[in-house]
Design a protein around this ligand. Structure first.
Ligand SMILES: NC(=O)c1ccc[n+]([C@@H]2O[C@H](COP(=O)([O-])OP(=O)(O)OC[C@H]3O[C@@H](n4cnc5c(N)ncnc54)[C@H](O)[C@@H]3O)[C@@H](O)[C@H]2O)c1
Length: 257
């Protein structure tokens, strides 16, 4: 028996097999859930369809989180196919190349809006879309992915750090808003992992090495470890946990130097 037997979920943010969202989708499917995956643009459709072939009866849908019409369509499709929703995993983030390379003071107005729209506002929009479907199930669990750059300065993380601060704050406000409907909202703050998104941050290998040198566990984390923590928050095991940012980073966040 899996901890997510009979549950249905939406996982946003799969680009390829290295995506954290993919590890979570796989773990959720192995735990018994039926999963809807989304892909951002035709460029990623084949990847996501190929990956999803290994899942139990998946739903695969296009979704650009900056497009309200696409968000509405995703939830209509899910309602039609699943008749409700138990969990949402939000793993979408984006900032422009310039804003991850230039000095932070040079962050453009457009770049700021884009990073905050894709990486933070989208959690609010997806939560709103999921709400009626979760109400049909008597509650649900919404999970997003953050990084310690929300609170501390990491080289070149720049506007993404600001977006993660907004994201973590949104987690708390959404949790307060939706708690009375038995909908929990949490984040996992993962340690650095080499994914497509991470490639956009110059000097990322240096960040990885600092974690290896200084984290209490003296290593970095991998996507399966983030997925295991996600299973706790998504499943009934985490039923009393909401408005939380769970650090899954080998303990790095606790270090002073
Ligand atoms: N890799 C890390 O070191 C790390 C650490 C902590 C948190 N995170 C966070 O984890 C999440 C997943 O990132 P990842 O590292 O697995 O990289 P990834 O590149 O595999 O995933 C990022 C996803 O965001 C999607 N995305 C970007 N713009 C979008 C849009 N407009 N609409 C819909 N989807 C969009 C991409 O298609 C991609 O699937 C992100 O929120 C990231 O910030 C990553």
């Amino acid at each position: 028996m899996g901890v997510l037997d009979g549950k249905t979920g939406l996982v946003v943010g799969v680009a390829n097999k290295r995506s954290i969202a993919w590890a979570i989708a796989q773990a959720a499917a192995s735990a018994g859930a039926r999963v809807a995956l989304t892909y951002q643009g035709e460029r990623l459709e084949e990847n996501v369809r190929d990956l999803s072939a290994g899942l139990l009866d998946p739903l695969v849908l296009p979704l650009d989180v900056t497009d309200d019409a696409q968000i509405a369509r995703v939830f209509e499709e899910i309602d039609r196919s699943f008749g409700g929703l138990d969990f949402v995993v939000h793993g979408a983030a984006y900032a422009s190349h310039d804003d991850l390379n230039n000095p932070f003071v040079q962050t453009s107005r457009e770049g700021f809006k884009l990073a905050l729209d894709v990486s933070a506002y989208s959690l609010i929009a997806l939560s709103r879309g999921a709400l009626p479907l979760m109400e049909k199930r008597g509650g649900g669990s919404i999970l997003t992915l953050s990084y310690l750059g929300s609170k501390r300065v990491f080289p070149n993380y720049n506007v993404m750090g600001v977006a993660k601060a907004a994201l973590e704050s949104s987690v708390r406000y959404l949790a307060a808003d939706l708690g009375a409907k038995n909908i929990r909202v949490n984040a996992i703050s993962a340690g650095p992992i080499k994914t497509l998104a991470a490639k956009g941050i110059s000097g990322f290998s240096t960040i990885l090495q600092v974690y290896r040198d200084r984290a209490p566990l003296r290593r970095t984390v991998d996507t399966s470890e983030v997925a295991d923590a996600a299973m706790f928050l998504i499943s009934d095991a985490g039923r009393a946990v909401t408005a939380e940012v769970l650090m899954v980073d080998g303990g790095y966040h606790a270090t002073g130097m």
